[in-house]
Design a protein around this ligand. Structure first.
Ligand code: NAD
Length: 406
């Protein structure tokens, strides 16, 4: 299996095979502008000190300050963060927001840490990274296993060290700590707005059956939103496995059960299903909302969904893209489908800089306007170039990056 960064570079190359892009732009996108690796000492509850590896990859500032989440995961490494930072560069350009691309992370399993240890680790990352952060330089946000609470600690640490009076260095904060209304559900909501455009284009009627892999911030919110708009959620999963019910699951009940039992096993009136089998279920919409490299050359021929909405970053490999395109299964690419998070993060940054507070209705209206219009543009581009939606999206992003670099 290729690494996420190899896949990301491959996606760039594949897009430029369908439309010629300025050579200098492509050259500048082969490598990040800056990478920072740090070793973070953390005093554990036991009294001993442990070292954790942390990263920030600042990929491109051509369109504005670096923007992208921070991931806490045992498999996180510099290669993964580099890939995620390149995807952020493309995503911010696809969204038309005035942001560049970046990403951060720490190699850690946060489930093995106490809340106090997570706070010290989060503040420790900022103590070492603060010289390369700031509202006009680099604005991080949450990602896998990082929460609004963690963003509040990081923002607090940054303000203590630098004396900055505003909250615009970190987004995805709790509302009481300078967060934006609508940020919590922004990625799922954005995914739904994008889906609505393509459902029309591809003739999917209301009441779709939906399968969702991953039930964190993105997957759980998406499940709730799709259900509220008339879809039937027939399967959901977490890292340990999933549950399936043809009659439909109530996402709120599933979340509650997981909170109480720490697992989906034993959820009433549902069959257990592995993550591998869940991806192969017959459904209208398959939503990967967990990690990279889930839909691959190995399983793409057996996918039975009518459409794939990538709410995770990098869930589909280039080999799988080719197989799905040939089979006529549209893949709505991550750089568009999950852009709601970074768009509302940018709204949060703007509100923090201007000391404004926008209502949820304002936030969601603006989000819908941007994503519906970009989704239509990407659909037209892919039709014009007779290619898939990912290549269409990449070409639009690369043309915008070229304009900014000029
Ligand atoms: P999260 O930490 O809130 O949740 C991750 C979920 O994935 C958990 O339910 C976990 O159990 C599950 N999971 C982990 N490994 C799995 C596996 N192998 N199989 C099935 N499930 C697995 O993270 P999140 O913020 O919801 O992010 C999920 C994805 O969405 C990531 O790819 C992330 O980069 C992307 N994303 C997140 C945001 C955001 O705003 N949080 C924005 C854009 C994209």
């Amino acid at each position: 299996m290729k690494s996420p960064f190899e896949n990301a570079l491959n996606q760039l190359a594949r897009a430029t095979a369908v439309k010629k892009i300025n050579k200098e732009v492509l050259l500048r996108l082969q490598k990040p502008e800056r990478e920072v690796s740090v070793s973070i000492p953390v005093r554990m509850d036991s009294g001993e000190v442990k070292l954790f590896e942390g990263y920030r990859v600042q990929y491109s500032s051509a369109r504005g300050p670096y923007k992208g989440g921070i991931r806490f995961h045992l498999d996180t490494n510099i290669d993964e963060v580099r890939a995620l930072a390149l995807w952020m560069t493309v995503k911010c350009a696809v969204s038309g927001i005035p942001m560049g691309g970046g990403k951060g992370g720490i190699t850690v399993n946060p489930k093995e840490l106490s809340l106090g240890e997570i706070e010290r680790l989060s503040r420790g990352w900022v103590k070492l990274m603060y010289p390369v952060l700031g509202p006009s330089l680099d604005v991080p946000a949450p990602d896998v296993n990082t929460t609004p609470q963690i963003m509040a600690w990081m923002n607090d640490e940054y303000k203590k060290i630098t004396g900055l009076p505003n909250d615009a260095t970190f987004t995805g904060k709790p509302i009481e700590a300078g967060g934006s209304k609508g940020r919590g559900e922004a990625t799922g909501m954005g995914g739904f707005y994008v889906y609505e455009v393509f459902a029309k284009e591809f003739g999917l009627s209301g009441g779709a059956t939906v399968v969702i892999q991953g039930m964190g911030n993105v997957g759980s919110n998406a499940a709730r939103i799709f259900k509220n708009h008339g879809s039937r959620i027939i399967a959901m999963s977490d890292s340990k496995g999933g549950i399936y019910s043809e009659e439909g699951l109530n996402p709120q009940d599933v979340d509650q059960y997981k909170k109480e039992h720490g697992t989906l096993t034993g959820f009433p009136n549902a069959k257990e299903i592995s993550n591998a089998d869940l991806l192969l279920l017959r459904c209208d919409v398959l939503i990967p909302a967990a990690l990279e490299n889930q839909i691959t050359g190995e399983n793409a021929r057996d996918i039975k969904a009518k459409i794939i909405l990538e709410l995770a970053n990098g869930p589909t490999t280039p080999e799988a893209d080719d197989i799905l395109f040939t089979r006529g299964i549209p893949v709505i690419p991550d750089v568009l489908a999950n852009a709601g998070g970074v768009i509302v993060s940018t709204f949060e940054w703007e509100q923090n800089l201007k000391s404004e507070h926008w209502s949820e209705v304002q936030v969601l209206e603006k989000l819908k306007l941007i994503l519906s219009s970009e989704a239509k543009g990407i659909y037209s581009k892919s039709v014009e170039l007779k290619t898939d939606l990912r290549r269409g999206a990449f070409i639009i992003a690369l043309e915008r990056l070229e304009e900014s670099m000029k």
